[in-house]
Write a protein of this length. Sequence first.
Length: 54
Amino acid sequence: MKNLNKIIATSLVVTSILTLNKIVANAEWKQDSNGWWNTEGSPWSIGWKEIDGK
């Protein structure tokens, strides 16, 4: 019974680790004649954004 509990617990931990996805931030600021916009693919942004390191 102890071995079964260890196997189940280990399986749950491994499954949890493998299913967690890393959050990837892949956007940048662009400037054109209309002003600044980001490349996240939507007209709104969530969180703080930096322009020129500011």
